[in-house]
Structure formats: structure tokens, C-alpha cells
Design a protein around this ligand. Structure first.
Ligand code: SIN
Length: 290
């Protein structure tokens, strides 16, 4: 059950999730341009809650693109063929008879290996399976806050190394898979490049610090040996995915979900073999993490 609606908003209704992370937003029609004060409220709620769900939003792809632009402009989505005629929209489609692992099955923050990873991802459900298909989110700010002051001080100067090689490299998991996949993945040596970002980043709106690492895209820590990196990252990943930092999103068809990649990571759970799952996804451009 959702908690009581948050009274800090004039137009939209914001009901925080009982998990203490994430919220549901009603009282807004995303199929039309939002008046500036309403857009400000949506942005404030998104920054505050990290993952916001808008139920019952019958959005066309044009409207999804328009709302993405209102949120800040398109990010760049590499390694996946976009929809025909819509370079900024990905179709996340898994057919009932598909055997390939569902897309997004490992914990990650979208495209964290980019110089300027996307601030937001928007995902709209078109067809949801009757079982499974949940998306799990980790609150990386609360996970950071729960670390000891000594650990926080130790992490402060560290830079994490990010790369898309594990999923999208020429020796990566997509390159090796044999089962047929509907989504068209483009594996490439480009994915093998690495970039560093602060291991702890500060949210540009809330000022909250968050762990900015993930098992899929973080491949090491600058200045540490491989065993040292593995030990530190292994500890942090285990710490981050404890139940108290997780919000489990259960989808209904026609729902838009928007999450903040700067302070969350997520995982698509699967568990719906034999059923179609169809989503449309866009990203909002972000800044270089600091
Ligand atoms: C993703 O964007 O990682 C996929 C999320 C999902 O399909 O639930």
C-alpha cells in the first residue's frame, strides 16, 4: 500500500512508496505539454524520490518524446538499434517464445560509462506480462549514507572505472549469446573503452551523495590492484542490494516510470517466459558526475 500523498505539491499528487524510496505521481496528464509550475513539481518529485511512476498515461510515442524533451533533452543510447524513424526511442520487446536473457538483467545505472551519463530514463509499459517482469531499484544515496564515516572518508577520493565491455564488447555477453533476441544489439570495440567517474557522486539538485558504481558497468577502481578493486566493489555491491535499499516496481500496462540514474541503479527481473513484454524507453541527457 502506498503511503499518504505528500502535501508539498500544489497540483500533482505524490504518494511515496512504503519502501522509503520511489513514489507514484497522479493528477497530471503527460500527453500534453506541462505548464511550467507543474513541470517544476514533477522535476522536484523526481529529484526527491529517485523513481517516480505515473499510472494510466496513454502516451503516443510523440508524447513520450515530447515529455522527455521537457525533462531536459535526449541522451545518447549506444549499442542498441533504435525504433525506425525514432532515433531516440528504444523498443524493449521480448516475445513469448524468446529464450535469450531479458534485457537489463544485471544491476546497472544507465550508460554510466559515458562522459555524461543520462540523468533520467523514461520507460513506458505497453504490454506487461501476467507474471514477473518487475524492475528493482536500489537507492544508492541511502546505501551511501548507511556506510560508516570511516568508509565514506576512504571512498571520497576514489574514482571508479566504467566500461560497457561486459555486455556490449566483442567478447561480451551479448556477443557470445546464441539464443535469438528480438532487440537488435550492436556489439563493438567502442564498448571496450573505459572512463572514470567519482565513486561517490553528488546529486546536482539535492546535494545528496550516492554510490555511483554498478556490477555491470564498473570494472575497477583507479589506483587499486585487481584483487583490491574486487574486494572493495564486491563489498559495496553486496551492501547496496540489501532489502532496505530496494524498491520493487510492479508494472501495469500504460504506466510511465522515470528514474534518476545519478542516485539509483536498477535490474529488470525477468520471470515471464511464455509472455510478451513490450516497453518504450528514452533517456534524458545528464552532466559529467562530480
Ligand atoms: C532497463 O532499462 O535496464 C530495462 C528495465 C526494464 O525493462 O524493466
Amino acid at each position: 500500500m502506498l503511503k499518504e500523498a505528500d502535501s508539498a505539491y500544489g497540483v500533482i499528487r505524490v504518494a511515496p512508496q512504503p519502501s522509503g524510496f520511489g513514489a507514484e505521481i497522479t493528477g497530471v496528464d503527460l500527453s500534453r505539454p506541462l505548464p511550467a509550475p507543474v513541470l517544476d513539481e514533477v522535476k522536484a518529485a523526481w529529484a526527491r524520490h529517485g523513481v517516480v511512476a505515473f499510472p494510466d498515461q496513454p502516451l503516443s510515442l510523440d508524447a513520450l518524446e515530447a515529455f522527455t524533451l521537457e525533462m531536459g533533452g535526449f541522451g545518447h543510447d549506444p549499442f542498441i538499434k533504435p525504433m525506425p524513424g525514432r532515433p531516440n526511442v528504444l523498443e524493449l520487446r521480448r516475445e513469448p517464445d524468446e529464450k535469450a536473457t531479458n534485457f537489463g538483467a544485471g544491476w546497472h545505472s544507465d550508460w554510466s560509462f559515458q562522459d555524461q551519463p543520462p540523468a533520467a530514463t523514461l520507460l513506458r509499459s505497453e504490454v506487461t506480462p501476467p507474471v514477473g517482469g518487475d524492475t528493482l531499484f536500489c537507492d544508492c544515496a541511502r546505501a551511501y549514507a548507511a556506510l560508516s564515516p570511516t568508509m565514506q572518508t576512504m571512498l571520497a577520493p576514489l574514482k571508479a572505472i566504467h566500461s560497457a565491455a561486459r555486455p556490449y564488447g566483442t567478447q561480451g555477453s551479448f556477443a557470445k549469446e546464441t539464443a535469438q533476441r528480438t532487440m537488435q544489439i550492436i556489439t563493438s570495440t567502442e564498448a571496450e573503452k573505459t572512463r572514470t567517474h567519482p565513486l561517490v557522486r553528488t546529486h546536482p539538485v539535492t546535494g545528496r551523495k550516492a554510490l555511483f558504481i554498478s556490477p555491470v558497468y564498473t570494472v575497477g577502481v583507479e589506483g587499486l590492484t585487481e584483487p583490491e578493486s574486487e574486494a572493495l566493489l564486491g563489498f559495496l555491491f553486496k551492501h547496496m542490494v540489501q532489502d532496505q535499499f530496494i524498491y520493487r516496481h510492479q508494472w501495469k500496462a500504460g504506466m510511465l516510470l522515470m528514474w534518476d540514474n545519478r542516485c539509483t541503479m536498477h535490474l529488470a527481473e525477468g520471470g515471464y517466459d511464455g509472455h510478451l513484454r513490450l516497453m518504450h524507453r528514452t533517456t534524458v541527457a545528464g552532466d559529467a558526475p562530480v
